[in-house]
Design a protein around this ligand. Structure first.
Ligand code: ATP
Ligand code: ZN
Length: 300
């Protein structure tokens, strides 16, 4: 069953901001790969899963064209490809399945300090330098604005200084690059983070089973990230109040304590972080012997 065609291929950024997080995430799903830096493919040792290490810009295309079954990429890149395909009249061959809560940034329009801007109409007839041509074009279409888009593959932020454009549209996270170039952010087109995309092509039964298994494990990894297991003792009479205070927990397990009268032990998975304040409130509500533990794995 482990023939080349039956192996799952996941596209991951080769070197860049998403690489380490992406590989760590897959490792937490139980995947073991041997990785050498200049290799394009990493073969999975314990699952029929291989990783294609590529430039992030190529990832949506690889998944769309069914060369890879899954991909981990910034939403900004996935969205740019989707808009590009839409403008070419082609249907996108992938769908987003998970937000991954890393690689946070936003795609924003910025301009030199002092340039008047009170809304999208101020872009009319102006030049916008960007690597995100399709996303910017879609924004302009939606706003009914005509402006010239100047494609630049890098160093977009110096375009205004060089007199190439009045505006730029680029990724921003802390804003320090903009500041260093005397630019201010005036419009956010997209809030982005790393996402998992999946091919829309139907898969063979065996491949589908593995893809489902990987997605289920990914879901488990994402869910436990903030989750904690909490244990405490409490008088039975305080149970309602204590259940209310437990953050993001649905059904606490209540266990009688031998020889302790009406005292019970309460165990619960909290799907949010548990802060000192919560513990203090639980204690004030009658809880004692409080213990908070990290959750390693979860399978719903
Ligand atoms: P590649 O060689 O793979 O094309 P790249 O230079 O396009 O690499 P990186 O700079 O590694 O890509 O960024 C990858 C992704 O990280 C971006 O597409 C975006 O989703 C995310 N990201 C998060 N913060 C930032 C930021 N401040 N600047 C750029 N990208 C960011
Ligand atoms: Zn790139």
């Amino acid at each position: 069953m482990d023939t080349q065609e039956q192996r799952i291929k996941i596209a991951v950024q080769k070197t860049g901001r998403l690489t380490e997080h992406s590989l760590h995430l897959l490792e937490r799903c139980g995947l073991k790969v041997t990785r050498s830096k200049d290799q394009l493919i990493c073969y999975g040792e314990n699952m029929p899963v291989d990783l294609l290490l590529v430039r992030d810009d190529d990832i949506p295309g690889l998944v769309s064209d069914d060369i890879c079954d899954l991909g981990i990429v910034g939403l900004n890149v996935a969205e740019e490809k989707r808009q590009k395909l839409k403008q070419d009249g082609t249907q996108t061959g992938y769908k987003k399945v998970f937000d991954l809560d890393f690689g946070h940034c936003r795609l924003s329009i910025a301009t030199e300090e002092g340039t008047p801007y009170s809304g999208a109409t101020d872009l009319q007839g102006k030049r916008i330098a960007t690597s995100y041509v399709a996303t910017v074009q879609n924004f302009l279409n939606e706003e009914g604005i005509e402006a010239e888009i100047i494609y630049l593959s890098g160093a977009v932020e110096i375009a205004p200084k060089l007199g190439k454009a009045e505006f730029i549209c680029d990724l921003v996270s802390t804003g320090s690059t903009l500041k260093a170039n005397n630019l201010i952010e005036v419009e956010t087109l997209l809030k982005s983070e790393a996402v998992v995309i999946q091919t829309r092509e139907p898969l063979s039964h065996i491949k589908q089973e593995w893809v489902d298994k990987i997605l289920q494990r990914l879901d488990g990894v994402l869910q436990v990230r903030e989750s904690k297991y909490i244990m405490l003792h409490a008088p039975r009479a305080a149970l309602d109040r204590i259940s209310e205070l437990l953050p993001g927990s649905e059904y606490p397990t209540v266990i009688p304590l031998d020889g302790q009268g009406d005292k019970v032990a309460v165990h619960a998975v909290c799907r949010e972080n548990v802060f000192w304040e919560t513990l203090e409130n639980l204690k004030a509500a009658g809880a004692s012997s409080l213990l908070v533990l990290p959750v390693e794995k979860m399978l719903a």
